[in-house]
Write a protein that binds this ligand. Structure first.
Ligand SMILES: Nc1ncnc2c1ncn2[C@@H]1O[C@H](COP(=O)(O)OP(=O)(O)OP(=O)(O)O)[C@@H](O)[C@H]1O
Ligand SMILES: [Mg+2]
Length: 421
């Protein structure tokens, strides 16, 4: 039996509303799990003078058929356009199915996906149908997310959302979320999650504004209050509102840039040093982006953000050229005591250890001298020390929220020699 699954891949052309077919993706499942994926650009797409690659490094435009066994057989840029834990759970619940494969997730997930790609069964792209939920519908969306988290049945869910709104999303990540629109554009809405120990919206907003104070580029944000809860809205940096719709910017994660697996048992290539090397070939402003990457590493180390995995970094192309995307998902992880803290990616000669000596050892790979790196660390630490509480309060956080996260900041072990703790 031929169990191959396939779909067409469409792309919205840069700085345009035109959507065209760019290629075909097929997945052949392997016995025992995983699969082999194949992707080929369409001939008419290849012949367009304005054709752009969906991944210029691993999938440059060419007549060849590409193959991959990575990520279970799905190419990085396609996987980056597909939902993760949260979006998959919602689709499973809405469809009442658990047996979905990667092609199902591509076909069943909505048009709000990161980047410029679409997927479908027809050789020609279907007319765009997506109507986004409005900011005014946040409360209903929040209730739907709560029902899904609480294990509500497909029937309950269908009843709740009948004709009113689409609870599905293609956005990545594990936290409950959706997209909402207003007259200014499209926003990712991140809801409170069950088990949150502090006001996550206030804290995440505060970390982004704190990062901005450290010269790290971040999306525009705002907090919406729903009763006594806060929802974080992040303006989509891969969309630009124009007359008649949105321009969509290509976007791929660092997981794709690093050609890495998404598995806690295989963290090969999970490295800021390699990511800095990749920026040399991806970014049109590599020196600036590599220097900013160092600021982000320092920032993550000094707020104990150990959830800085490769899907929490990305590059984005508004036109032809790629740039490091604005920072997102910056979350402090308070740990008590002086014990060693670590990042998710290798950040120096001493592996993942989040300490000054290790970060400084990485500096030359990111284009900085050790002296410059030391100055950046001092500046970032100074800003964090002075403003983290100010920003938490400015976004609706409380004294109790600050007490919960305080141990994450400027931990004492940061200045100990690597390996001393
Ligand atoms: N402002 C934005 N514009 C465009 N895309 C975004 C934006 N913020 C986040 N994304 C995309 O949405 C995904 C999910 O966002 P985010 O990482 O904040 O969610 P999360 O659920 O907290 O993730 P995690 O599971 O890593 O904790 C990101 O990986 C990124 O692809
Ligand atoms: Mg994330």
């Amino acid at each position: 039996m031929n169990s191959e699954r396939e779909c067409f891949v469409y792309i919205q052309m840069p700085r345009s509303l035109e959507v065209v077919t760019c290629g075909r993706y097929a997945l052949s499942p392997l016995p025992g799990g995983g699969g082999v994926g194949r992707f080929v650009y369409g001939r008419s797409y290849r012949s367009r003078p304005d054709a752009v690659a969906i991944d210029p490094i691993h999938l440059p435009i060419s007549p060849r058929t590409y193959e991959t066994g990575k990520l279970g057989g799905i190419f990085g840029p396609l996987r980056d356009a597909s939902p993760d834990a949260w979006g998959r759970l919602v689709i499973q619940r809405v469809l009442g199915r658990q047996d979905l494969d990667e092609v199902d997730y591509l076909l069943e997930s909505p048009e709000d996906r990161a980047g410029a790609l679409f997927f479908g069964r027809g050789v020609a792209p279907p007319a765009s149908v997506r109507k986004y939920n409005r900011v005014l519908q946040l409360e209903e969306l929040r209730e739907t997310a709560r029902l899904i988290e609480a294990g509500g049945s497909t029937e309950q869910l269908r009843d709740q959302v009948r004709h009113v709104l689409d609870p599905t999303t293609s956005m990545g990540g594990a936290r409950p979320k959706n997209n909402v629109e207003d007259e200014t554009g499209l926003w990712v809405a991140k809801f409170p999650a069950r088990g949150d120990k502090w006001n996550n919206a206030a804290v995440e907003a505060a970390m982004l504004r704190l990062a901005a104070r450290c010269d790290i580029r971040v999306p525009e944000i705002r907090i919406e209050r729903l009763g006594d809860e806060s929802v974080l809205l992040l303006q989509r940096f891969d969309r630009k509102k124009v007359d008649g719709g949105y321009h969509r910017h290509r976007m791929v994660s660092a997981l794709t840039m690093l050609d890495a697996e998404d598995s806690p048992t295989d963290m090969t290539n999970w490295s800021y040093l390699l990511l800095a090397d990749e920026l040399r070939r991806w970014s049109s402003r590599a020196p600036d982006d590599r220097a900013e990457l160092f600021r982000r590493v320092a920032f993550n180390a000094l707020i104990s953000n150990n959830d800085d995995h490769p899907r929490n970094h990305a590059v984005v192309a508004a036109g032809e050229d790629w740039r490091l995307a604005p920072a997102y998902d910056l979350v402090p992880n308070p740990q008590l005591g002086k014990q060693e803290r670590s990042l998710a990616l290798v950040c120096g000669h001493y592996g993942r250890v989040a300490c000054r000596e290790n970060l400084v050892s990485a500096a030359p790979r990111l284009g900085l001298t050790p002296e410059d790196a030391g100055r950046v660390i001092d500046q970032v630490a100074d800003v964090i020390g002075r403003y983290w509480r100010v920003e938490v309060f400015a976004h609706g956080g409380t004294e109790a929220d600050c007490a919960s996260i305080a141990p994450a900041f400027l931990h004492a072990g940061f200045d100990y020699p690597a390996g001393a703790l």
